[in-house]
Design a protein around this ligand. Structure first.
Ligand code: THU
Length: 365
């Protein structure tokens, strides 16, 4: 059961990354160095030290006029000045924190930023310290994200196991940290691409917190009623799964038929697994793309359900899975599982039950 939501701050609740980066650029300008916002992008979400030391090193500055202490002092003064007039809240941020509390779900903040910045951002998004059961800042831990420490600290303070908490994160380092602490991780925001967030181990990716109508939706996403949540994010997942199936097709090994197929399946946890067809000189030993995708999903996650299947081929109209693959998919799909058949030029969508209305089942298990 989900008992707490743990939030990263920058890029999740507060739109403070742009401001942070612009203050960072101003600092380097103040010491006569021309930095650009892209110099900071690799170092977001890992705390203030790496936020400055990273770009400084890349810009060839290992000593004066650069010093981390000066940068930090400049930042504090300048950030505070500029933030005071801004509303930094991201869509859905206030609503999800407040509705979690109302529903009896605990809330905590886990930000690698210094404490003064976390507290300032809380008020810049229209919330109060009292809206959180615990606030962990970069000063409370020695090892920053991607180490699990900041999330482990929250779990200890709230008396919970990782599996009882959902983490909301926008950065690759943050998702890694959350997963290492054993939590469910929802990737959000636009700092990183959907593929990067899934690649870091996110269980789900949503565009912003407004994707959740209420805290119940977010908790149900991972818990009992996760199917109810599907409706909210399914378009997002569909587009991403389609992209991944198309990419998987490029890895097809099809020297005999020259017919390349890419497949992607999305499981109940929201993870996407891909496969391509792998042919064999003994033709019958060929394995289709769909079966490679589904066996990968089960090998990695164990028994789970498949909620979306994408098949990407070069034929027009796009081909459905062969009957053998349909039978294998039927083991994990349900009648309402969405199936997208796509090629470069067309895309059709149907329900699994339309392709295989009567799968074989062995009634002994
Ligand atoms: N193929 C698939 O990957 N999926 C299907 O459902 C049908 C066929 C592959 C197998 C073989 O490599 C090639 O397409 C031609 O049959």
């Amino acid at each position: 059961m989900i008992r707490a939501f743990l939030f990263d701050m920058d890029g999740v609740l507060a739109e403070s990354e742009e401001l942070s980066v612009s203050v960072g650029v101003s600092y380097f300008r103040s010491i006569g160095v021309n930095a650009s916002s892209s110099d900071f992008s690799r170092y977001l979400g890992g705390g203030e030290r790496i936020f400055f030391d990273g770009p400084a090193k890349d810009l060839g500055l290992s000593g004066p006029p650069y010093s981390y202490e000066d940068a930090s002092a400049f930042f504090r003064k300048e950030y505070g000045k500029r933030a005071a007039d801004l509303d930094l809240s991201l869509p859905g941020a206030k609503e999800i924190v407040r509705s979690a509390r109302k529903r009896g779900i605990m809330t905590a903040l886990a930000s690698s930023a210094p404490r003064w910045k976390v507290l300032m951002n809380i008020s810049c998004i229209g919330l109060e310290e009292a809206d959180f059961d615990f606030i962990a800042s970069g000063e409370d831990i020695k090892r920053n994200k991607p180490f699990p420490d900041i999330y482990s600290l929250c779990l200890i303070r709230l008396g919970l196991d990782g599996k009882e908490a959902i983490v909301f994160e926008d950065s690759v380092m943050g998702i890694r940290s959350a997963k290492s602490a054993g939590c469910y991780a929802i990737g959000t925001g636009s700092t990183y691409s959907v593929a990067e967030l899934y690649g870091a181990g996110a269980d789900r990716v949503v565009s912003d917190l407004a994707a959740f109508g209420s805290a119940d939706d977010a908790a149900e996403l991972i818990g009992e009623g996760r199917r109810a949540m599907h409706a909210v994010i399914t378009d997002y997942l569909k587009d991403h799964a389609l992209e991944m199936a198309e990419k998987a097709r490029l890895n097809a090994y099809a020297p005999y038929s020259r017919f390349k197929v890419g497949a992607a399946v999305v499981t109940a946890s929201g993870r996407i697994h891909t496969g391509s067809n792998v042919e064999n000189s003994s033709y019958g030993a060929t394995i289709c793309a769909e079966r490679n995708a589904v066996t990968t999903a089960i090998s990695e996650e164990g028994r789970t359900s498949i909620d979306l299947i994408v098949v990407f081929t070069e034929s027009d109209p796009p081909s459905p899975p062969c009957a053998v693959c349909l039978q294998v998919l039927a083991e994990f799909a349900h009648p309402d599982t969405a199936v997208i058949l796509a090629s470069e030029r067309s895309r059709v969508e149907m329900k699994f039950s339309e392709l295989l209305p009567k799968p074989f089942t062995l009634n002994t298990i």
